[in-house]
Design a protein around this ligand. Structure first.
Ligand code: CMC
Length: 364
C-alpha cells in the first residue's frame, strides 16, 4: 500500500488529543492562549517569568513557588549551574550554542537535587556562557539577586541590561513558556512517560525544539528579511519562494487559523522597545506581503503570522546573535517542559502508539 494511504493514520497526529493537561490551552479558532486559567494578554508585561513558572509548577514541584521566593531560588540555582558546568564549558567552543546547551543539559545528573530549578537555570547560564566562549570572551558568572531575564542578558553581554531591555525579554519568556502539546512538549511527555528522568525529558525536548519548523524559525526569519532586500521586492521574492515550495519562516501554525496571540504580544514589545523603527516598518511591509502571497497561493489553509516573526525582531533588538535565538526560546520553554513532564509522570501511562505497517510481508 502506498505511503499515506492507510486510512486510520492521523498524518502528523493532526487533531489527535494525546494528553489531558491543566497547564495551557491553545484555541486555534479564537486565537487564544490560556496559561493555567490566565489569558496570555492579561499576564504578559504584568507578571514576571518567575511568577508564571511558579504557576505552571504548582502541584508538580514540591517547593515554595511564590514569585519572590522563586526569583531568589532560581538565582541561587544559576550560581549552582554555573559552578557545576565550569569544567565542561571549554568543550562548548566546538559546538553551536544550541549544541552546547544540549551537552550541558545532558550533563545534569538524573538525581540532581532541585532538578526543576537546576535544569531551568542551566539553559540560561549555559547558553550565555557558550556564546561568549564561542566569541572568544570569558563567561560571566550569574548574579543571584537579578531576575532570570535580566541576568541572562547580563551574562550574555557582560553589562547589565536597561530596565526596558530586561522587561522586554521577561515578557518574551512569559509569552513562550508554554503552549499546549507542541512537538517539544510532546517529546518531553513521551520521555517522561517511560519514567526516564527529568533531565532526559528536558534534553529530549530541546532536540525536538531545534528544527526550523518549531523553535528554529526565528534565525531564518532574519535571513529571509536580509535576502528580500528593499520592501518593494517583498511580494515577488516571497511569491517565488512559495512557488518553489519553500516555507515562509514565521508564518503558519498547526493549530491557529487566526492570528497567533503571541505574535501580537511580542510585536507590542518590539514597538515599546523602540530601537530601530525603520526595521520594524520594513518587517511590517514584508509581513503584509507574505500574508497576501500565502492567501493567494495557499487558499485552502489560513496561514497567519506566528510567534517567531516578531520574536526574531525582538531578539535582534536585544542584541542576541541569530544562532542564539532557538536557545532563547528554550530559556522560556524549559519551564513548560518540566511542568508537562511532571504532570505526565504523575498521572499518565506509557505513551506508546502504533504504526501501520506498509512494508512487504514475508514470502511463503
Ligand atoms: N509557508 C508556506 N507554505 C506553508 C507554510 C509557510 N510558512 N506553512 C504551511 N504552509 C503550507 C504547506 O506547504 C501546505 O501546503 P499544501 O497543502 O499546498 O501542500 C499547507 O500549508 C499545510 O501545511 P502543513 O505542513 O500540513 O501544515 P502544518 O500544520 O504541518 O505546519 C508549520 C505548521 C508551523 C510547521 C508550518 O506552518 C511551517 O512550516 N511554518 C514555517 C516555520 C515556522 O514559522 N515555524 C514556527 C512555528 S510557531 C512556533 C512554535 O510554536 O513552534
Amino acid at each position: 500500500m502506498p505511503r499515506g494511504e492507510t486510512s486510520n493514520v492521523a498524518d502528523g497526529l493532526e487533531n489527535v488529543v494525546a494528553a489531558e493537561t491543566v497547564l495551557s490551552k491553545v484555541d486555534g479558532e479564537a486565537g487564544v492562549l490560556v496559561l493555567r486559567g490566565h489569558l496570555l494578554q492579561d499576564i504578559a508585561g504584568r507578571r514576571s517569568f518567575e511568577w508564571l513558572t511558579g504557576l505552571l509548577w504548582q502541584d508538580f514541584v514540591d517547593r515554595p513557588l511564590g514569585g519572590e521566593v522563586l526569583r531568589r531560588d532560581l538565582g541561587l540555582a544559576r550560581e549552582r549551574a554555573f559552578a557545576q558546568m565550569s569544567d565542561l564549558l571549554p568543550a562548548t567552543c566546538r559546538l553551536s550554542p544550541l549544541g552546547a546547551v544540549r551537552m550541558l543539559l545532558a550533563a545534569v545528573p538524573d538525581d540532581a537535587a532541585d532538578a526543576p530549578l537546576l535544569l531551568t537555570a542551566s539553559v540560561a547560564v549555559g547558553l550565555a556562557a557558550a556564546i561568549r566562549i564561542r566569541d572568544g570572551k570569558p563567561p560571566v558568572a550569574p548574579d543571584p539577586q537579578s531576575t532570570h531575564a535580566a541576568d541572562f542578558l547580563r551574562m550574555l553581554k557582560g553589562t547589565p541590561p536597561t530596565p526596558d531591555e530586561a522587561a522586554a525579554l521577561d515578557t518574551y519568556l512569559v509569552t513562550a513558556a508554554d503552549h499546549g502539546l507542541n512537538a517539544s512538549t510532546f517529546t518531553a511527555r513521551v520521555a517522561a512517560s517511560t519514567q526516564a528522568s527529568l533531565t532526559d525529558a528536558v534534553t529530549a525536548a530541546l532536540c525536538a525544539l531545534k528544527g526550523p519548523l518549531h523553535g528554529g524559525a526565528p534565525g531564518p526569519v532574519l535571513d529571509m528579511l536580509d535576502a528580500i532586500g528593499p520592501a518593494e521586492n517583498a511580494e515577488a521574492w516571497l511569491d517565488e519562494a512559495v512557488m518553489r515550495g519553500d516555507r515562509l519562516m514565521g508564518f503558519g501554525h498547526r493549530i491557529y487559523r487566526v492570528q497567533d496571540p503571541r505574535s501580537d504580544v511580542v510585536k507590542a514589545v518590539v514597538e515599546r522597545l523602540n530601537r530601530d523603527i525603520g526595521r520594524l516598518h520594513y518587517a511590517e511591509a514584508v509581513e503584509q506581503a507574505a500574508l497576501a502571497v500565502l492567501a493567494k497561493r495557499k487558499p485552502n489553509r489560513s496561514l497567519q503570522t506566528n510567534l517567531e516573526f516578531y520574536t526574531a525582531l525582538l531578539l535582534e533588538a536585544l542584541g542576541l546573535p541569530r544562532d542564539a535565538f532557538t536557545g532563547a526560546f528554550a530559556v522560556a520553554r524549559v519551564v513548560g517542559w518540566i511542568a508537562h513532564a511532571l504532570e505526565q509522570q504523575a498521572g499518565g501511562r506509557l505513551i506508546r502508539p502504533q504504526s501501520a505497517y506498509i512494508g512487504p510481508m514475508p514470502r511463503g
